[in-house]
Ligand binder design. Structure first.
Ligand code: B12
Length: 313
């Protein structure tokens, strides 16, 4: 047991004894809120105040980076009736609970955190996946019919299609008539590929090979929408196609990836034929675990010779 937890238990026992003997418990100022939060979650790093025009409340820590996990885990609600419970609740969700308010408005820190998270989400949408990472992963790269990011965002139909030249390139570079074709794509955010690809690919490939399936040549699709997997599946004659793609980022994380899987996908097929595994990121389904799980899902799909809604029948 660490020192903080030990101190917390000792304090609570002393409070109970004091209450039973009729003595008044220690005044709140003697046990600052930050100390209780740190005891519950030792990863909360307290930094000394750097000062400023408006000093922070007496016992609130000052975080150098208000978007850090530690800062977000720290309640900014004033006079919480049960501070420890708020710390515990915040530890269970990335939602912005226990943040307090200033009159009817958000506190400055909450507003700034929202703006910083929004900026990270925009970066994730507009940034390209690093070419070096694709090289490291041994992936060749093709582009859909979108000529740039703006066209990608405004024309989902073009993000689902390839020109003939690209289809020929895919056919010439990839193994054909395999069981499973894996594809990576930036989709609506590039950060998930950078955060998860190197972890999910080996786990997924190993999982599939262990089950005895042949896996095709992995590659990357720039400006891809989910349904671009259908044209690829048709071109390569794969039994199952699985695209690992960046999800539209929210304000909780910009690192979330999804896997959309389909059995014998064909261009124009209904969306209900896809199975999705979403929320793949460090605070959702971690990438390695997701790789193993998707391999199990693909096994179910191969056995049932069906995906999406048909798989659930
Ligand atoms: C945007 C979005 C939508 C949009 C998609 C339109 C679009 N082009 O953007 C709309 C509002 C239409 C939508 C509808 C639905 N969605 Co939705 N959607 C999302 C969201 C927020 C982001 C998806 C994304 O970024 N895709 C990547 C980009 C690049 O893909 P895209 O090619 O632009 O768009 C395709 C996909 O988004 C896909 N899609 C979107 N939702 C779903 C759901 C399922 C089950 C499938 C198979 C495909 C699918 O359809 C689009 C067209 O091909 C996710 C949340 C998340 N964390 O992923 C939920 C999410 C994927 N959706 C979900 C659900 C349940 C649905 C609906 C079934 C809701 C309903 N009851 O009607 C429908 C099904 C639609 C379908 N295509 O079959 C769930 C899936 C849960 C699961 N694991 O099975 C998620 C994870 C939300 C959630 N947390 O509950 N969705």
């Amino acid at each position: 047991m660490d020192k903080n937890s030990m101190n917390l238990i000792v304090e609570r026992v002393l409070e109970t004894i004091a209450a039973q003997s009729g003595a008044s418990p220690k005044p709140a100022e003697e046990k600052p809120a930050e100390a209780r939060a740190e005891a519950e979650n030792p990863s909360l790093v307290r930094k000394p105040s750097t000062g400023g025009a408006v000093p922070p409340p007496k016992d609130a820590p000052v975080f150098e980076d208000i978007t850090s996990k530690q800062a977000k885990a720290y309640p900014t609600i004033d006079n919480a009736a049960d501070f420890d419970s708020v710390v515990r609740m915040k530890g269970k969700t990335p939602a912005r609970i226990g943040v307090g308010r200033s009159g009817p408005r958000l506190k400055t820190q909450t507003l700034l955190t929202l703006r910083a998270d929004h900026a990270a989400a925009r970066d994730a949408v507009f940034k390209d996946v690093d070419e070096k990472l694709l090289e490291q992963l041994g992936l060749f790269s093709v582009k859909t019919c979108c000529k740039d990011k703006n066209e990608f965002l405004t024309r989902p139909d073009l993000g689902r299609a390839f020109d003939n030249e690209t289809i020929e390139k895919i056919k010439s570079e990839c193994k054909k008539d395999i069981d499973v074709q894996l594809i990576l794509s930036d989709g609506l955010s590039s950060t998930p590929i950078e955060a998860n690809a190197a972890k999910i690919l080996p786990a997924l490939e190993e999982g599939l090979k262990d089950k005895g399936y042949s896996v095709g040549t992995n590659f990357f699709v720039k400006f891809g929408r989910v349904a671009c997997e259908d044209a690829i599946c048709e071109a390569l004659g794969a039994k199952v196609v699985c695209i690992l793609i960046g999800e539209r980022p929210g304000l909780a994380t910009a690192e979330s990836m999804s896997a959309y899987i389909a059995y014998k996908a064909t261009v124009g097929m209904p969306e209900s034929r896809r199975t999705v595994v979403s929320n793949i990121h460090s605070a959702g389904i971690p990438a390695v675990e997701a790789g193993a799980y998707i391999a199990d899902v693909i096994e179910m799909i191969m056995n049932a010779k069906a995906s999406g809604v048909e798989l659930q029948k």
